[in-house]
Write a protein that binds this ligand. Structure first.
Ligand SMILES: [Zn+2]
Length: 275
């Protein structure tokens, strides 16, 4: 997971500024350049809200949009959910993988090495995905937790895109420590350089404003990059009981703006393939 690391005792301005400067490589000012005319957006969704995602189809169809759905706990997929995912795939969306047990991969790796990690988090879920007729080629790190060792195992398993989590706001005990404009978060823009390890901006409730996302979309358009965003459960009101989710009206605004700027829609596995 990527965020500006500000320690809880570092609320005095100077140290905060220093830390912001240190993390500048990730949160650089101005977004990077990609390929002229390739400007786009790659939207993904995590976890297991299959019916709820399926209900978003009219919205996707309205803008001819495609997205990537990262599925976790595929052992619990029922026939109805498999059919819905098949239909989404048929309509141009991608079905990715988000782990068998949604655990912290670095801890699994420490406890059981690559073999233990693969046998717990990767293989069992993939078997279910394959049996259901899906061949995921992109992977989203559960909880945004990973390291180089985890990445190398996943790439060796054949995944071509590994997606991490980027957060533009950070709160501590209810206080907002910072809100970094997404248009300055260079890591959430794909530059079409073949990179397989990528970061997506979380667009769950209260994370990003419509104005900020419109600015971020314009950056992608002007620089020929792809803005990468992701969310969890589609919600129609403020989240209750600590649920993770995005406002459907916010997603509609993202799609509307992307369409207005004539952005291309990319799935996660397509990104490294663009030449
Ligand atoms: Zn997740």
């Amino acid at each position: 997971m990527k965020y500006i690391k500000i320690a809880s005792n570092a609320l005095n301005g100077l140290r905060g500024l220093l830390l912001v400067a240190i993390t500048g490589a990730f949160f650089g000012c101005g977004s990077p350049s990609g390929q002229s005319g390739a400007g786009g957006i790659a939207i993904s969704f995590d976890d297991h809200f299959i019916k709820e995602w399926y209900e978003l189809r009219p919205l996707f169809q309205k803008y001819n949009a495609k997205a990537t759905f990262f599925i976790t706990c595929p052992d619990s997929l029922n026939a109805e959910e498999v059919a819905m995912l098949k239909q989404l795939e048929k309509e141009g969306h991608e079905i990715g993988f988000h782990g068998t047990v949604h655990a912290k991969s670095t801890e699994l790796m420490d406890a059981g090495g690559p073999k233990g990690y693969i046998e717990t988090e990767i293989e069992p879920g993939l078997r279910h995905m394959h049996a259901a007729g899906f061949k995921p080629t992109s992977y989203a790190h559960p909880g945004g937790n990973h390291n180089d060792r985890v990445d190398s195992v996943l790439l060796a398993q054949g995944f071509t895109t590994l997606r991490d989590v980027a957060i533009s706001r950070r709160k501590f005990k209810g206080f907002q420590l910072y809100a970094w404009p997404p248009r300055w978060m260079s890591a959430v823009y794909y530059t079409f350089n073949g990179e397989q390890k990528v970061d997506a901006l979380m667009i769950d409730y209260d994370e990003v404003t419509e104005e900020e996302i419109a600015e971020a979309i314009l950056e992608a358009k002007e620089n020929g990059t792809a803005l990468m965003v992701f969310g969890h459960e589609p919600l129609y009101s403020a989240p209750q009981n600590g649920r993770y989710g995005f406002n459907v009206s916010f997603l509609a605004a993202v799609l509307r703006e992307a369409d207005k700027q004539r952005l291309k829609f990319y799935t996660m596995s397509e990104l490294p393939e663009v030449k």
